[in-house]
Write a protein that binds this ligand. Sequence first.
Ligand code: UD1
Length: 429
Amino acid sequence: MDSILVTGGNRLEGVIPISGAKNATLPLMIASLLTDEELVLENVPHLADVESLIRILTNHGVDYHVHGKRRGNNGKSGRTIAFRAKEIVDTTAPYELVSRMRASFWVIGPLLARMHHAKVSLPGGCAIGTRPVDLFISSLEAMGAKIKVEGGYAVADAPDGLHGAHFKFPKVSVGATHVAMMAATLAHGTTVLENAAREPEVVDLANCLIAMGAKITGAGTSTINITGVERLHGATHRVLPDRIETGTYAMAVAMTGGDVLLKGAEAPLLQNALDALSEAGVEIEERNDGIRVSRNSETLKSVDVTTEPFPGFPTDLQAQFMALMTQAEGDTHITETIFENRFMHVQELARLGADISLEGQTATVHGGRPLKGATVMATDLRASVSLVIAGLVADGETRINRVYHLDRGFENLEQKLSACGAKVERVSN
Ligand code: UD1
């Protein structure tokens, strides 16, 4: 199994190209199940999660082809992939495929809408909390589905198709919003989703569905209206830039000091996190071609954050921000409100010498202590990258084991950081 070796001490200078967003790519790929025509997605990142989802989609009967290298593209990032679900031959998403990644459960929406039946294994994914599926089930039931959970599978039927419904999510869920929105595009009548997730990836999915012929208004607000149509058609859609990757590299630069252009990044996608960085003393410049991040001051100020649904501070940047705050002056309070078990990186950061105390959902980082390289373990996707960031300033060598988590969500991580002067390499054990 591979490890990542990081040798700390170098500033970051240069350009990091930002990839297409993983969290948009996955629901967009799943949307291909809604039509028998071709859905072409541009700017698809090379990630293990994309490959896992391809295996699931092909099992349902989806054909796909990857466009070849094009002029101006080095072939290492941003692929164009065409998906075509001409005929769905299997409405079961089996445990062996779904258990690797939670988002694969989301096929339940399109399968039910188009085929009126779906049998989908209950999901796996990062171990960051219990992550139930009740919101998916209740929203689809509101649209007329009958759903039983048996033998580890959700079995859903809607023999006469789904119908429009008025549904208010009791809690904001990105995945359940994606699924209910996709399902409603082919339902009879109008669906109103209240307390919907407002994440940019929901807007990206809605834009793609609209290009496919769906009638959707209000995506990006907490009330989304969808009027069902008879059928959807093919479309070409470009995946939006990854705001979590953007925030992660911005925090890496904040950590090491230096000056980096995050090419293709869009500030409004992560304004809250950028504001926290500015408050900490990092310079953020919004430009036409991306975001320039620099830190030349010696000190970082501590900034308290609480994770919240968009537009609040993203839970997917919490671990990285915690790594950064280990180098800030004084105490920082970081409160996690989205997932109940998303502090697994605390004990790994402690191995590097960080002083962090935990009480309930709040971590207090006692900043300003120097970090020292050690062997640590990646526990989930975002936690693993927080260890890389910490390693960038730790004295000596940090070895991060179990890096398959990183490969799920960060395209060319070592290459992107190395190109800016970091010492990061992948080694096979
Ligand atoms: C998505 C993102 C993930 C991010 C998360 C929150 C993808 C592929 N993943 O995950 O990176 O961390 O949003 O921004 O886009 N919940 C329920 N019942 C449900 C569904 C969810 O109680 O049926 C709870 C979850 O346990 C969690 C909260 O709702 O506490 C938010 O989860 P949700 O927004 O659904 O996260 P995901 O869509 O899985």
